[in-house]
Design a protein around this ligand. Structure first.
Ligand code: IPD
Ligand code: CA
Ligand code: CA
Length: 288
């Protein structure tokens, strides 16, 4: 963190003031945030990546949450606490919605962080090396910033509204492949037993058409993989806002499309089905 942003944060803390962040936004116009703010957020996210990589597996605490195979580790909670504290220092006027110990917030036009401290908790708990930290920022109920970080590959995906998508600073774009030559990732709504059959039904329809399919167990990486041209499509019958907010802007800014499985616009304050694709054809025709 550079000297100036450090000084600003100290002042903000001391004066309980949000002037500098509001100033940053106003100076740059509606729906824009300064590079300094984005850089500070990226720094915090990368720091949290180290916490994940250095996790003490011998003493890891794992608890069950509602649903099947829905778990939380002490690291999910720890990373979310760090994110909440540090992100709200960077943008004190923002609201915060995170997966652990938080409900979905009431709909608001205000700036709202939407955070998944570890997407792919099962992968993390089993040391599969396929998880990501996800920080999205909503304004007027739509994502204006997305940062997703896979610490295992040191890959940071980022996008801001109207500015394109980047992977470790390099512009990314969706592929041109059609499903017949493409790779589809299938979510199985793992925490919801009532959705399993339907998931398998849709999965069967898609994999019959596709050249290949995968199940990665991390919605964030599944969506960012389409944005970077590594895969072509992904679906899941039920995800929460923290699973898809940041990745959705990374995908759309890379030329992709993300809607509900009915092809409708996503509400970022509600659980939602997700159909994400490289936008090269109408995937709905394969499903319904
Ligand atoms: C889960 C993962 C998984 C998806 C689940 C999500 P979590 O998030 O993204 O791939 O199938 O629906 O809830 O619980 O590991 O953060
Ligand atoms: Ca998640
Ligand atoms: Ca999570």
């Amino acid at each position: 963190m550079n000297l100036l942003s450090g000084l600003i944060n100290t002042l903000k803390r001391k004066l309980k003031l949000s002037f500098f962040s509001i100033f940053d936004i106003i100076v740059l116009g509606d729906k824009m945030i300064s590079d300094s703010i984005v850089n500070q957020i990226k720094e915090v996210v990368k720091e949290c990546g180290k916490t994940i990589l250095n996790a003490d597996r011998e003493n890891m605490k794992i608890e069950e949450k509602e649903g099947i195979a829905n778990i939380v580790t002490n690291y999910d909670v720890q990373v979310q606490n760090i994110l909440k504290e540090k992100l709200l220092l960077i943008l004190p006027e923002a609201k915060f919605m995170g997966e652990e110990n938080e409900e979905i917030q009431e709909e608001t036009d205000d700036l709202t962080f939407v955070v998944d401290p570890i997407d792919g908790t099962n992968n993390f708990a089993r040391d599969l090396g396929l998880s990501a930290i996800s920080v999205g920022l909503l304004q007027n109920k739509k994502p204006i910033l997305g940062i997703c970080y896979n610490p295992y590959r040191d890959e940071l995906f980022e996008a801001q509204k109207g500015k394109g998508s980047y992977l470790n600073g390099k512009k990314i774009h969706v592929s041109d492949l059609l499903l017949k030559d493409g790779l589809v990732a299938c979510g199985n709504a793992s925490y919801y037993v009532e959705l399993k059959d339907k998931s398998i039904e849709i999965q069967n329809k898609l994999i019959k058409e596709a050249s290949c399919y995968r199940r990665l167990g991390c919605a964030v990486i599944e969506i960012c993989s389409i944005a970077s041209g590594r895969t072509e499509a992904y679906f899941e019958l039920k995800l929460m806002p923290w699973d898809f907010t940041a990745a959705s802007i990374i995908l759309t800014e890379a030329g992709g499309s993300i809607t509900t499985l009915e092809g409708k616009e996503i509400n970022y304050f509600k659980p939602s089905s997700i159909l994400a694709s490289n936008n090269k054809e109408d995937y709905l025709k394969y499903i319904w």
